[in-house]
Design a protein around this ligand. Structure first.
Ligand SMILES: [Zn+2]
Length: 109
């Protein structure tokens, strides 16, 4: 298991939008591991284990997809999964550094 810090991409492209990705302190973001908002982009708390940081990044990317592809707050499961899978495929194609990060964690953690 690698103990080196996971270096996150500076930004993630989700659909037509580029969202900054920042590490923040637990003082700035208490009680959660990360969050997403359209202005601040994705924030991930410092000090997380590498797999946890990567999973948290994925979680926030799914929120970004939800917003960027205009999913309503309530919708049918199949509609949500279809849009999220299409959105995530686009994220993977548009962000090769995300692939590299995933491969690194799979190989070393
Ligand atoms: Zn969430």
């Amino acid at each position: 298991m690698s103990t080196s810090r996971l270096v996150l991409p500076d930004s993630i492209k989700v659909g037509p939008y580029d969202y900054p990705v920042r590490r923040v302190s637990t003082d700035e973001l208490p009680d959660v591991r990360g969050d997403f908002c359209t202005d601040a982009g994705i924030r991930i708390v410092r000090g997380l284990r590498r797999k946890v940081a990567l999973e948290t990044l994925q979680h926030e990317i799914f929120h970004a997809i939800w917003y960027s592809y205009n999913l309503p707050s309530k919708c049918k499961e199949e509609d949500a999964v279809s849009i999220i899978s299409t959105g995530y495929m686009a994220v993977l194609l548009d962000n090769p550094s995300l692939w590299a990060l995933m491969k690194e964690v799979i190989k070393h953690d």
